[in-house]
Design a protein around this ligand. Structure first.
Ligand code: LLP
Length: 460
């Protein structure tokens, strides 16, 4: 029964409760939701329909029944819309959107983006392999990362990717040598470390001098000059990536100004650069943060490109995938204590490590809305079964739940499944992609046999 009907029926339903329910119903239409007192835009393609949280048109309860829990559920429409927000903002500018595969590397998800013409930013041979299997074009692939192995470089050269983002002179020498052996020319950008504070969590800030990434901007010009003498390197770009979950535009613009200075110096000395890669990093709303939209960011960025014959490359990950997916988990036990109450769920830090690793906050909601008894809502830490106190998905959450209920951890489409592990010999979750009313299992649940198949007893 829809909670509104239930509320009308039940005698305890006073006028205030009824009003809040009407609001809730309207909110699910206007894509806003109010659970535990705070109101914010919920992920656009995950809404309550008749009191049940759905991925597009499919109730999450159905997905849980069919594929079990815990599981990751993605929305095709959300992925497409988030990608198109970049595409639309870049219209009229020579540009390339390279989705950062590390954010969500499921080949079903990559396929959705490849169909839209996306390029890809990869950081390993494995990710390159995924892109190919997903139908992506190597000629639209950027290879980032500071530890590329010889084997990975050979693989990428063989497939003729668009560009290597190089992070050290040693890597440059290695690429030149391998390209020479293969008798090919490697297209290269240097990743600049601009020493700019992106104002984000220290673990995901990458553009500061003491971060391991990139080439110090003061040395960039000299390194470009010496690289221009390498026989098998073609210098085509300047690159930068200053961090992730960035909530303001200013650090992007500061790093672009610095890159443009380098481009100008190089042009003067006869090295012509054809593209500027500004990396990824735009944040998303997990709660009530205020974040610039891709459009706001790119409008500001493109002002810097007026009168310049440069292609703009962007590498968004989170801002395309995070709010296109949720993590679905079931309450196993409720445990009430003097200091704390715990909702013990079947998902854990091995499935979704962001809360444990960064203290990240992600919204947690009940999949089925219950009849309104606000007094029944209880404060819980939502915890998994792993033997660590860092194994939590959320702390101090006011939830109206019973054992067996389904919960959705929102905004889990980026850096969710990709960072999962088998800690505590827990098979990893399935991944499900919803397209309107259709449901596609794009990764099966692991089982114990698959988990153990690479292990062996010693031969003694
Ligand atoms: N390009 C490069 C070179 C990167 O290293 C990254 C992310 C991106 C693009 C995409 O950044 P995005 O648009 O997704 O912010 N696991 C962390 C995030 C790590 C980001 C690493 N690099 C988290 O869950 O918050």
């Amino acid at each position: 029964m829809h909670p509104l009907d239930a509320a009308k029926r039940d005698s305890y339903c006073d006028q205030r409760t009824l009003l809040s329910l009407i609001k809730l119903s309207l909110d699910s239409v206007s894509k806003l939701i109010e659970v535990d007192g705070t109101q914010f835009t919920l992920m656009k393609h995950f809404n309550y329909i008749s009191g049940e949280l759905c991925a597009e048109q499919v109730p999450l309860t159905e997905i849980a029944t069919k594929y079990g829990t815990p599981s990751f559920v993605y929305s095709r429409a959300a992925l497409e819309e988030n990608y198109k927000a970049y595409e639309k903002s870049l219209a009229g500018c020579k540009s390339q959107i390279c989705f950062a595969v590390k954010a969500n590397s499921n080949i079903g998800v990559l396929n959705v983006l490849a169909r839209l013409g996306a390029g890809f930013d990869i950081v390993s041979g494995g990710e390159l392999n995924r892109v190919i299997r997903a139908g992506g074009q190597p000629s639209n692939v950027i290879f980032s990362g500071l530890g590329k192995t010889a084997q990975e470089i050979r693989y990428a050269l063989d497939l003729q990717i668009k560009c290597f983002n190089v992070e050290s002179p040693a890597e440059l020498d290695r690429i030149d040598k391998i390209a020479g052996e293969m008798d090919v020319i490697a297209p290269v950008s240097l990743r600049i470390n601009p020493d700019i504070d992106a104002g984000t969590h220290p673990y995901i800030s990458t553009g500061l001098r003491d971060n391991k990434f990139g080439i110090e901007s003061q040395k960039a010009y000299e390194i470009y000059k010496s690289a221009s003498a390498l026989r098998n390197i073609n210098l085509i770009g300047v690159d930068c990536h200053i961090g992730s979950q960035i909530t303001s535009i200013a650090p992007f613009l500061d790093s672009i100004d610095l890159m443009l200075e380098i481009v100008d110096n190089l042009t003067e000395s006869g090295v012509n650069i054809s593209h500027l890669d500004i990396g990824g990093g735009l944040g998303v709303r997990y709660g009530s943060e205020s974040i610039p939209s891709p459009e706001e960011l790119l409008n500001a960025v493109m002002q810097r490109f007026v009168d310049r014959d440069l292609t703009l490359i962007v590498e968004p990950g989170r801002s395309i995938a995070a709010n296109a997916g949720i993590f679905l988990t079931r309450v196993e036990y409720l445990k009430f204590g003097t200091e704390k109450n715990f909702a013990v769920v079947d998902g854990a830090m091995n499935d979704l490590i962001r809360p444990a690793l960064y203290g990240a906050w992600q919204k947690i909601v009940s999949v089925a809305l219950k009849s309104p008894t606000p007094s029944r809502s209880t404060r819980f830490d939502v915890v998994g079964p792993i033997c660590e106190s860092s194994d939590f998905l959320g702390k101090d959450r006011d939830l109206m739940i019973d054992e067996g209920d389904l919960l959705a951890v929102m905004s889990a489409g980026a850096y969710g499944f990709v960072m999962s592990s088998n800690y505590n010999t827990r098979p990893r979750s399935p991944e499900v992609l919803v397209d309107d009313t259709e449901v596609y299992l794009v990764r099966k649940r692991e089982d114990i046999d698959t988990l153990l198949q690479l292990e062996d007893l010693p031969s003694f």
